[in-house]
Design a protein around this ligand. Structure first.
Ligand SMILES: Nc1nc2c(ncn2[C@@H]2O[C@H](COP(=O)(O)OP(=O)(O)O)[C@@H](O)[C@H]2O)c(=O)[nH]1
Ligand SMILES: [Mg+2]
Length: 710
């Protein structure tokens, strides 16, 4: 158990626990460093150990402390830093409940020392690691943290003892080196100086007092400690010094202590036994007796330091109060703006309102957007498609999630993320359904227009006059035939008599050359009236020439590279032949005066239709009729499509939202609470309320502390 007072530990730590997570700067109550200074072997390390209540510093004669030891005491109520290591050390499962003190050096982080004898050995080893023999001391500190449930967060510094004469191979300026090192620590405003002098030494020559006076001339921070009272010459005592009646006196007190002697340490004298021996010594000593004994000794020094720290905290705490109060006021204001938790009846009301707002928002927003389905917007298949699959869904989605925040989302549903997600899902699901439906209607409309051209349509007749007297051929076949004729180049490499030649069909003459330049002609035949026969299962065409006498040839056998190639040539050759003109599948004029397309007509390939000058004129005529009809269709679609989209997309959604929307949602969820989801402000409110409690408690702590009698 620390000797520094558990009340303080609890107060400061509680306050830090309350305020640190809230971002309140607690350095304002940072506790002071306590630096222990004094001559060599005056008892500095011994005093320090007594303050900590642990035996862990190397001690002996000569310069034992050769590097500053910065000792950070950390109050650790949960053994939070080294649980894992503790578990390895002590073979128990509920180690959380066992609070053990341990040390950790900055030079070997993560290594936890539970045995304080090992800490002592490590200090010695680390001192030796840094210092080569001739130097003797080093300003490089050893940093040691001690985590314990019984200490107050506090930094203590053990410094090398001051020496006047360099011995052995110590550097000559060792005195100055040590002095500078000490000054560096004790100059800090926040440093309490424990100036240790051995009582069996002349106070007037005390280097500790001299140095303390140099940095703290008013003596505000200096506490005198007189050690080794037990070693004073028989007949002498320190009564005057301790009473402040000596010529050398301090603003604060001198406190006399007796630490364990070297022999006590060698004999492992228990620290508690040492304390009771010390107490008895003072009571029984004729010079100090019972009247002074209460203000002497290690225990008293500890109490004294505790009072010092309390005073320090006492001074620093009150200014913290208005700061916390301000925060608390701000917090209370914020809390007033947060809605109270939702009751079940609230949820019903919120949902009913949300449905109503959803309905009116849709009608006023998306529903009122005539431009969405205007004729201009629906001009072209791609645009219709994008309206149905993209634009419309996006518009509906914007009712719930509008990145630009131009527009208010549907009522207050923004506050209820779950409700917003539910509404948007059900609305968009419906939009997808109606998109599909609308698309199939449009397709149906287009298909129906494709089935036949209504040539008795009034507008059509007005545009082109009566068509019934005119023979109208198969429009599609003729158009594709025409196209194929225009694009074909009638020349190719074809195998003939085992060699490849460049064949060119020109009018009725088939010529073949050695190459594409057509300079070196091998031969030619007139194929008018010729019969063309494919060889079954082969890529060969046999051309039986009609005028063989004239040309001296009866037939030609041409071998092609591929089937399409062969078919193409067959078509070309047969065209010349002219015998395949079959008009039986052509378009007929029905009794209802409409042009009907029979399936055989539609599936017919170009080679089934022969092209002639007469047909050419017919094609032109058909083209004119189709163009006229398309104008009528365009007008019709321009008028009808927006209406269809308005009905199938927008009106149907509006109707859905007004009636079936609620039903579908209700069917999918067990309760209104499930639809609305968690209270959206719940977490914020809990967080603010926790903060409120912390602030209030922190103020209570400060108030309680301010009323404490110190
Ligand atoms: N008898 C006796 N010995 C003491 C007292 N204080 C310190 N010592 C011994 O003096 C030696 C030096 O003490 P230490 O604490 O290491 O002094 P430091 O060099 O100032 O740190 C050690 O052997 C201590 O046991 C005391 O009050 N009485
Ligand atoms: Mg020492």
């Amino acid at each position: 158990m620390s000797q520094l007072g558990i009340n303080l530990i609890i107060i400061v730590n509680e306050l830090q626990d309350k305020l640190n997570p809230l971002g309140i700067e607690t350095s304002i109550i940072d506790l002071p460093q306590i630096a222990v200074i004094g001559g060599q072997s005056s008892g500095k390390s011994s005093v320090l150990e007594s303050i900590v209540g642990k035996d862990f510093l190397p001690r002996g004669s000569g310069i034992v402390t050769r590097r500053p030891l910065v000792l950070q005491l950390i109050n650790d109520q949960n053994n939070r830093q080294c649980k894992f290591h503790i578990f390895k050390y002590i073979n128990i499962y509920n180690f959380n409940h066992i609070l053990i003190a341990f040390g950790e050096f900055l030079h070997s982080p993560g290594k936890c020392f539970y045995d304080f004898n090992e800490i002592r050995d490590e200090i010695t080893a680390e001192t030796d690691r840094e210092i080569s023999d001739y130097k003797g001391i080093s300003a490089k500190p050893i940093n040691l943290k001690i985590y314990s449930p019984d200490v107050l967060d506090l930094t203590l510094v053990d410094l090398p003892g001051m020496t006047r004469v360099a011995v052995g191979n110590q550097p000559k300026d060792i005195e100055k080196m040590i002095e500078n090192m000490i000054i560096e620590y004790i100059s800090k405003d926040n440093c309490l100086i424990l100036a240790v002098t051995a009582a069996n030494q002349d106070l007037a020559t005390s280097d500790a007092l001299k140095l303390a006076h140099a940095v703290d001339p008013s003596g505000e921070r200096t506490i005198g400690v007189l050690t080794k009272l037990d070693l004073m010459d028989a007949g002498t005592n320190a009564r005057d010094i301790l009473n402040g009646r000596h010529e050398i006196h301090l603003k604060r007190d001198f406190i006399g202590v007796i630490n364990r002697s070297q022999k006590d340490i060698d004999d492992n004298k228990d620290i508690r036994k040492a304390l009771s021996d010390e107490r008895r010594f003072f009571i029984e000593h004729p010079a100090y007796g019972p009247d002074m004994a209460d203000k002497m000794g290690i225990r008293y020094l500890q109490e004294y330091l505790q009072t010092e720290l309390s005073n320090h905290i006492f001074k620093r705490l009150p200014p913290l109060k208005p700061k916390i109060q301000n925060k608390l006021d701000e917090l209370n204001k914020k809390l007033e703006t947060i809605e109270l938790p939702l009751e079940d009846s609230d949820k019903e009301r919120i949902l009913a309102e949300a449905y109503e707002k959803m309905r009116s928002s849709f009608d006023a927003g998306v529903g009122g957007k005539a431009w969405l389905v205007s004729a201009e917007k629906l001009n072209g298949g791609t645009k219709i498609n994008s309206l149905m699959n993209d634009t419309y869904a996006k518009e509906v989605n914007k009712m719930f999630y509008d990145d630009n925040r131009i527009r208010q989302c549907v009522g207050d549903i923004e506050r209820y993320p779950q409700l917003r997600a539910v509404f948007s899902k059900f609305a968009l699901d419906f939009v997808r359904e109606s998109n599909k439906k609308c698309k199939s209607f449009v397709e149906h409309l287009v298909e129906s227009e494709k089935s036949y051209m209504n040539t008795i349509n009034e507008d059509f007749i007005k545009m082109i006059g009566n068509t019934t007297s005119r023979p109208i051929p198969d429009i599609q076949s003729i158009m594709s035939e025409k196209a194929s004729k225009q694009s074909a180049v009638k020349s190719d490499w074809i195998k003939y008599k085992k060699d490849e030649y460049w064949f060119v069909l020109n009018d009725t003459t088939l010529s073949w050359y050695k190459n594409e330049t057509q300079k070196d002609r091998k031969d030619k035949v007139d194929i008018k009236g010729a019969t063309i026969k494919p060889v079954n299962g082969d890529l060969t065409l046999v051309i039986n020439i009609a005028q063989k006498e004239l040309l001296g040839k009866s037939s030609l056998e041409l071998v092609f590279k591929s089937r399409p190639e062969m078919d193409k040539w067959r078509d070309w050759l047969e065209e010349v032949d002219g015998s395949h003109n079959n008009s039986s599948d052509n378009i007929s004029i029905s009794s209802q005066s409409s042009i009907s397309y029979t399936p055989t007509t539609l599936n017919k390939t170009p080679q089934d239709v022969s092209y002639s000058a007469h047909l050419g004129a017919q094609v032109e005529e058909v083209k004119r009729l189709v163009d006229a009809y398309v104008v009528i269709l365009k007008k019709k679609f321009k008028d009808g499509l927006p209406k269809l989209c308005q009905l199938e997309l927008i009106d149907s959604t509006s109707k859905f939202i007004a009636v079936d929307f609620k039903v579908r949602i209700r069917q999918s969820y067990d309760s209104t609470g499930d639809i609305i989801g968690d209270d959206p402000d719940r977490e914020v409110r809990i967080d603010l309320e926790t903060q409120q409690t912390h602030y209030t408690e922190a103020i209570d702590i400060i108030d309680k502390f301010s009323h404490m009698k110190l």
